[in-house]
Design a protein around this ligand. Structure first.
Ligand SMILES: [Zn+2]
Length: 339
């Protein structure tokens, strides 16, 4: 089945706005303009899941407060062959069917997180920025303002890795989008993306974006490795494979712990239930699979809540062991009810 891409819907909205303006005909142009504005507004405010859920969610957690913000969603063909790249299409379709998901279309969300911890406002990843805006992404700064946080209030921007959907929002018209922030980046990750190896072949396009969006901020970057603290209570862990220096983070507040697993698992069914299936986005596929097991074995065994950047909004939940992998359990009221 072929579904209309989001852009078609957008053009339809624009057409509707134009039609409304035309219909206004004899009415003054300013009213027609206002009408068009009114019709276009829901598009700007478009929520993930086509308005069925809000586009940011605040989650109190110990002495910290998390705000998960949807930068947008991208619908496309799949999950095969992006997920289960080394599997027959039918195997992936069957797993989707089993999980009540469409077999040949999927929706990918992009979910940066703000953490208020002590007196620091920390942003984890920055979304697509301007390059995603045409297609309904790049909404982070707009939506964080709606959630009550100005871009200039961000103290620290943490980049889990340097793929475009995480660094696209760093710059706005060639200027830092978070003008008062310092930055935290994995040393191995930065070294790779600024190497000659990264600048040729398949990774060249992304390396160019790193040159444009990350390198100009170099003087304000703290380079980190395994065990380093971003701020007290937020600690880095190596989770290499998706990219050569992909980092994940543990948030500790009081006796509570939460992991920010970034792109360790990118589809809540395909990557968690079948951690060994190859993922096209994983740069070292074998290492990424090994890392998925290592990280989610602990998440499951130690019952650690986690936020995954591409998990379904608000991208927070638990993982329980199931067969060869894990079952995603979205957060419901676990944090609200005192045991
Ligand atoms: Zn990503």
């Amino acid at each position: 089945m072929i579904k209309k891409p989001a852009t078609d819907r957008r053009s339809a909205l624009k057409l509707a706005a134009a039609a409304a303006a035309l219909a206004a005909g004899a009415v003054s142009t300013s009213r027609a303009g206002a009408q068009a504005q009114k019709t276009a507004a829901p598009d700007e405010d478009e929520s993930p899941n086509k308005g069925r859920s809000p586009n940011f969610q605040k989650i109190p957690f110990g002495d910290a407060r998390l705000t998960v913000i949807s930068d947008g969603i991208r619908e496309g063909e799949g999950p095969h062959p992006t997920f289960g790249a080394n599997q027959p299409a039918e195997a992936v379709a069957a797993l989707m069917r089993e999980n009540y998901l469409p077999e040949t279309r999927f929706s990918n969300g992009f979910n940066p997180v703000l953490i208020e911890l002590g007196d620091q406002l920390i942003l984890i990843d920055t979304g697509m920025g301007a390059m995603g805006r045409e297609n309904g992404m790049g909404r982070l700064t707009r939506r964080m303002q709606r959630a009550g946080h100005k871009p200039e209030d961000v103290d620290v921007v943490v980049l889990t890795h340097l793929h475009g959907d995480h660094i696209g929002g760093l710059m706005e018209d060639g200027q830092p989008a978070f003008p008062n922030a310092r930055y935290v980046v994995g040393k191995a990750e930065y070294d790779f993306w600024t190497s000659d190896a990264a600048r040729s072949g398949k990774s060249a396009g992304n390396a160019e974006l790193v040159t444009k969006n990350v390198v100009p901020l170099k003087d304000k970057i703290t380079f980190i490795a395994e065990g380093d603290e971003v701020v007290p209570g937020l600690t880095a862990m190596e989770a290499f494979g998706h990219t050569p220096g992909h980092m994940i983070f543990e948030l500790k507040t009081g006796d509570k712990r939460l992991w920010l697993t970034a792109d360790t698992a990118n589809h809540f069914v395909a990557s968690l239930q079948r951690p060994d299936w190859e993922v096209a986005f994983d740069m070292d596929k074998a290492m990424a699979a090994e890392t998925r097991h290592k990280v989610f074995d602990r998440v499951a065994e130690e019952r650690i809540p986690f936020i995954g950047y591409h998990m379904p909004f608000p991208s927070i939940g638990f993982a329980a062991r199931q067969g060869e992998g894990y079952r995603f359990i979205p957060l419901t009221y676990q944090f609200d009810v005192k045991a």
